[in-house]
Design a binder for this molecule. Structure first.
Ligand SMILES: [Zn+2]
Length: 106
């Protein structure tokens, strides 16, 4: 894992932690979740909208992150799902240990 890969993964981990807090504070019975983009760019302030079941499905796997379409970085992650509202990326092997050890659900 290069320092760059580590830094980018740390950004995604941070955004994921923010989203976990948003979900905790959101009325789980009402509508869609208004989340932050979990991309590697620490300057990104984009929002993404997910249904709770979509979010929960992504969160089952600590290697997956939800991004705004176009925010994925091909060198560090693979797109495994693409919709009009969001894409789901899976982190490459080099950073798997890092993102798995920072799993907010474990
Ligand atoms: Zn983004």
């Amino acid at each position: 894992m290069t320092p760059r890969e580590e830094r980018l993964a740390e950004n995604e981990i941070l955004f994921r932690q923010v989203n976990e807090r948003i979900v905790e504070l959101t009325d789980r019975w009402g509508g869609n979740l208004d989340l932050v983009c979990e991309c590697a760019n620490d300057q990104c302030t984009s929002r993404i909208e997910l249904k709770l079941d979509e979010y929960e499905r992504i969160r089952q796997n600590p290697r997956l992150f939800a991004l705004l379409p176009g925010h994925e970085i091909p060198g560090i992650e693979d797109v495994v799902e693409r919709t009009e509202r969001y894409v789901v990326v899976e982190k490459h092997a080099e950073t798997r240990d890092l993102v798995e050890s920072a799993d907010p659900r474990s």
